[in-house]
Design a protein around this ligand. Structure first.
Ligand SMILES: [Zn+2]
Ligand SMILES: [Zn+2]
Length: 105
């Protein structure tokens, strides 16, 4: 799996669904990714626990990668410190670097 975008992230996934949280590198504000149901590859019944587990792992990875991509739209990367921060911690009025986090301002 890829590195989570933000320094702190949480995995809320369970047997039936997947969801992840990412936290602003500056203030720690949480953004929760869209909840995605485990589809088990479209199969309605899996009687083999091991098969279910493998399918779950595969889908879990895919949903994580997607959530990690979506997080890029929710957070802003500060060009100075390289952290990913939420809109409140980002000053997009700053013109020299095209926006920096409030701590680098
Ligand atoms: Zn923030
Ligand atoms: Zn910064």
């Amino acid at each position: 799996m890829s590195q989570p975008l933000t320094q702190k992230s949480t995995d809320h996934s369970d047997r039936d669904r997947f969801s992840f949280s990412f936290f602003c590198d500056c203030c720690g504000k949480e953004w929760v990714s869209q909840i995605v149901a485990f589809t088990a590859g479209g199969l309605t019944a899996i009687d083999h626990e091991e098969a279910r587990r493998l399918l779950w792992q595969q889908e879990h990875k895919e949903v994580f990668e997607q959530a990690n991509m979506d997080a890029r739209l929710k957070f802003n990367r500060c060009p100075l410190c390289g952290r990913w921060v939420c809109d409140e911690c980002f000053d997009c009025e700053e013109t020299k670097h095209g926006g920096v986090c409030t701590e680098c301002k």
